[in-house]
Design a protein around this ligand. Structure first.
Ligand SMILES: Nc1ncnc2c1ncn2[C@@H]1O[C@H](COP(=O)(O)OP(=O)(O)OP(=O)(O)O)[C@@H](O)[C@H]1O
Length: 234
């Protein structure tokens, strides 16, 4: 579903990504780990076609993201670290606006409420202004937008940073539910525990290269931490 094929990205003489190849299948939650500046966000931005690769190819369901930008974007939902919503609108109003932008369809109020509930937003908060929401609540609206769009792939950039442990756990459950319905999930994170708990696969990046890929069921928390630290020291 999500394929990066020998992707290199240079910013001037800085190589942010160096021949990175990875694939995320429907039902996978692929967690990208790596130190600051390793290239994780750059890879997400390339899938989103926010920028073009210097060489290599990025595909979403076999569509090249630079050659078929609109068709490929329709299959995607993106949840950044800070979900951008209209602060003066309510959760329902934001969902109505962004889902209609994504689908061209205005959903009835009950459907919007059902989507917010499926994303874990407390029912009583749906009609509150988003300016009163916590970060976790905003992310739930982001998930509801992805559900409304029926996205087949979900890209997330450090979604659990700044969430308290129970909100992070709740968010992980949402990702697991999405993956069980066949969505391909690619997420960056600095949280090894989250990667091991939530991910089906884990990739470790260092200085623009993908230096390790593993199945999370094949490693313990302690082994993952030791492996991560080994790569960071090399
Ligand atoms: N627009 C840009 N112009 C120039 N250099 C950039 C740009 N975007 C990223 N970089 C550089 O590319 C490298 C990879 O950055 P990137 O943001 O992808 O890392 P990251 O792994 O997401 O880091 P973090 O964990 O801090 O979010 C860094 O050296 C960064 O300074």
């Amino acid at each position: 579903m999500l394929d990066a094929i020998a992707v290199t990205k240079q910013f001037g003489d800085k190589t942010a990504l160096d021949e990175v190849s990875l694939s995320v299948s429907p039902g996978d939650i692929y967690c990208l780990l790596g130190a600051n500046g390793a290239g994780k966000t750059t890879l997400i931005n390339l899938f989103l076609n926010f920028m073009q690769p210097t060489s290599g190819q990025l595909k979403i369901s076999d569509l090249d993201v630079t050659q078929s930008p609109l068709e490929s974007k329709r299959l995607l939902a993106y949840i950044p670290e800070q979900v951008t919503l209209y602060a003066t609108l309510t959760g329902v109003e934001n969902l109505s606006f962004f889902s209609s932008l994504a689908t061209g369809e205005r959903l009835p109020r009950q459907r919007l409420l059902d989507l917010l509930q499926a994303a874990g937003l407390p029912v009583q908060a749906a009609d509150d202004r988003v300016s009163t929401y916590s970060k976790g609540m905003r992310q739930k609206v982001g998930i509801a937008i992805a559900l409304a769009k029926q996205a087949r792939a979900l890209l997330l950039d450090e979604p659990t940073s700044g969430l308290d442990p129970s909100a992070a756990n709740e968010f992980s459950e949402l990702l697991i539910n999405a993956s069980r319905s066949g969505v391909a999930v690619l997420t960056t994170t600095h949280d090894l525990f989250h990667a091991k708990q939530t991910g089906t696969r884990i990739g470790i990046m260092r200085r623009g290269r993908l230096v390790e890929e593993l199945k999370s069921e094949d490693v313990s928390h302690a082994d993952l931490e030791a492996l991560y630290l080994k790569h960071m020291k090399n």
